[in-house]
Design a protein around this ligand. Structure first.
Ligand SMILES: [Zn+2]
Length: 208
């Protein structure tokens, strides 16, 4: 039986034909190439790596070096744990502060949310770099969903911090907007969770 490898996510399919759709990343059959028993490439049709040397400005070379380090040292899965650890705590504090009107929890929630906003640029940039290096920037369903989640999560995080900054009483019990404030927090948590779930799927479901 032949083996086929998905160019996008690395999933390996066994069969005489490649699958119509990759079960992991949804890429279609044209993204599959045949591999040998050990997973080695048979037809050398895959584009070479983008580590071009020679011409190019110093800035471009510096960028290439930086992004190579980001990818090879797994900055994305590492950095994503920083906001992901704090984000659920922040949203739980927001919920508790709103239900019980506790000023200390409001403060805790606010500073945790600021931490999330400060770490997101590293998560987003390292995610962008890994997507380009590992998956050649493929625009399949799984990546479109991840990008939409990342954008919504980032916007929601910035909105809640800016909102609390402009209105320090937003989480107070008399505030009628506090439920909307909680909703934006929940959207932020849900999109971060979905993006993380899909990331785990990409990393773990491609192993045989
Ligand atoms: Zn795939």
């Amino acid at each position: 039986m032949k083996k086929w490898k998905c160019r996008v996510c690395g999933y390996i399919h066994a069969g005489n034909e490649p699958p119509a759709k990759c079960p992991v990343c949804n890429a279609d059959a044209s993204e599959f190439f045949e591999v040998g028993p050990e997973g080695e490439e048979l037809a050398s049709m895959v584009a070479g790596s983008s580590s071009s040397t020679g011409q190019g400005s110093l800035l471009a070379k510096g960028y290439e070096m930086l992004t190579d380090h980001i990818y090879k040292n797994h900055l994305h899965p590492i950095s994503v744990h920083f906001p992901n650890g704090v984000l659920p705590a922040a949203v739980i504090f927001v919920g508790l502060a709103i239900f019980f009107g506790h000023p200390g929890l409001q403060e805790a929630a606010y500073y945790n949310l600021i931490f999330v906003v400060l770490t997101l640029p590293v998560v987003l940039f390292s995610g962008y770099v890994s997507w380009h290096k590992r998956y050649k920037g493929a625009m399949t369903q799984i990546f479109v969903t991840k990008i939409v989640c990342a954008v919504v999560c980032t916007v929601a995080a910035v909105v809640v911090v800016a909102w609390r900054y402009n209105d320090p009483t937003i989480m107070d019990v008399p505030s009628s907007s506090r439920w909307l404030f909680l909703l934006v927090n929940v959207v932020m948590l849900a999109t971060a969770g979905l993006a993380g779930h899909l990331g785990g799927k990409l990393v773990f479901d491609t192993r045989l």
